[in-house]
Design a protein around this ligand. Structure first.
Ligand SMILES: Cc1cc2nc3c(=O)[nH]c(=O)nc-3n(C[C@H](O)[C@H](O)[C@H](O)COP(=O)(O)OP(=O)(O)OC[C@H]3O[C@@H](n4cnc5c(N)ncnc54)[C@H](O)[C@@H]3O)c2cc1C
Ligand code: SF4
Length: 341
């Protein structure tokens, strides 16, 4: 059993207090980490993957969980950042308005973990790599790397030989689903307690060491899923059908007319790069076409060309790449396209 290191922990009673504590830590140059369900952060702290000066627990905050309809009558769905994944999966409003989000949440980890883990923690999940999600002893024996710097002046990357940038993978299930749904997130800080609302996609950057664009002192308070006619499905690849993180996850969103002709298509993947990855240049293969078996195969091939899984999880990169068109076909099949699920 790995012990937790000694840590300073604050347990604010309100969002305003939490933001004040985070702002003070930022002003003092102290690195603070927000603790939500702790299902990822606590194991990472035990393994010494990071050593923040301060933990700010969100456990005592009220009013940042649950799902509701937008007050402006737009039909958008609002889900609080502290909503437990089990509640995302079973909430009647989420199931009615964004069934794919409820289903994807139900595929995460295990029932016990979903009762602790939060939506905000999932969207802010750290990137993962088999060379860094290890004990300090293990990492030291390997000589550390860019994400786990040891004594070396120019630490290596064990995934990309000669690489100067960490490519640890995005590994959360909900970001690709919510990006495909066109979701936005509200980000609060001491100077803006009500928060600013941005596209979820802009929360991520392609850097395995610092994969979020959140500034020190900011935290996520809410996710907003717009009402839309897009149909969205998610397919997850993992060795076991429970507990495991996705080694590949593909969310497919289709906007089609009544005759089944594609007006627009989005494919967003997790498990491939540090940020959720949207496949480019899909319009030429899909837009204006009926998504029959042949077009679905062409979309799958385009996605395989555009996504290159790295050996961040193991040496199964060719298998993961070959599974891309399979997951795309299954997702489109779930939505009633291509004639086969
Ligand atoms: C055995 C096991 C299996 C797992 N399987 C999966 C899986 O299949 N799919 C998957 O997606 N995940 C999986 N996870 C990871 C994790 O359980 C989930 O991603 C979970 O949603 C994380 O939420 P949390 O509230 O526990 O986050 P925490 O661990 O509390 O935090 C995670 C990160 O997010 C930050 N954070 C949390 N809340 C906020 C906020 N509101 N604003 C800003 N930053 C915030 C924290 O500072 C931390 O950096 C697994 C974990 C375990 C232990
Ligand atoms: S991708 Fe490279 S630098 Fe990043 S954690 Fe893995 S081995 Fe380390």
């Amino acid at each position: 059993m790995l012990p937790l290191p000694n840590l300073e922990v604050e347990v604010p009673r309100s969002l305003e207090e939490a933001l004040t504590i985070l702002a003070r830590a930022a002003a003092e140059g102290r690195r603070a980490r927000v603790l939500a369900g702790g299902t990822d952060l606590v194991p990472n702290l035990k393994r010494g993957q990071e050593a923040p000066a301060l933990l700010v627990s969100l456990a005592a905050l009220r009013g940042l969980d649950g799902a509701s309809e937008a007050p402006d009558g737009s039909g958008a769905l609002h889900v609080g950042a502290l909503t437990r994944l089990a509640d995302v999966a079973r909430h009647p409003l989420v199931r009615a308005r964004a069934a794919v989000l409820a289903r994807a949440a139900s595929l995460i980890a295990s029932p016990q973990i979903r009762e602790m883990a939060t939506l905000g923690g999932n969207l802010c999940l750290d990137t993962r790599c088999r060379h860094v999600n290890q004990t300090e002893f293990w990492r030291d024996a390997l000589g550390n790397c860019i994400k786990a710097p040891g004594a070396q002046a120019a630490p290596p990357c064990h995934v990309v030989q000669g690489g100067r940038r960490c490519v640890a993978s995005a590994s959360a299930d909900l970001p690709p689903v919510l990006v495909a749904l066109g979701a936005r997130v509200t980000i609060a800080s001491a100077s803006s307690p009500g928060g600013r609302t941005v596209e979820l996609a802009s929360l991520y950057r392609n850097d395995g060491v610092a994969p979020l664009t959140l500034a020190a002192g900011e935290l996520l308070t809410e996710v907003i899923v717009p009402a839309s006619a897009w149909r969205v499905a998610y397919q997850k690849l993992r060795a076991r059908q429970a507990i495991d993180f996705p080694v590949l996850g593909v969310a497919v969103a289709v906007d089609a007319d009544e005759a089944g002709i594609c007006r627009a298509l989005r494919v967003v993947a997790t498990g491939v790069t540090p940020a959720p990855r949207a496949v480019a240049k899909l319009d030429a293969v899909a837009v204006g076409k009926r998504l029959d078996r042949e077009v679905v195969a062409a979309i799958g091939a385009r996605c395989r060309d555009g996504l290159h899984p790295l050996s961040t999880f193991g040496d199964d990169t060719e298998w993961r790449r070959d599974m891309i068109p399979v997951l795309v076909r299954r997702a489109l099949g779930e939505l009633g396209f291509g004639g086969q699920a």
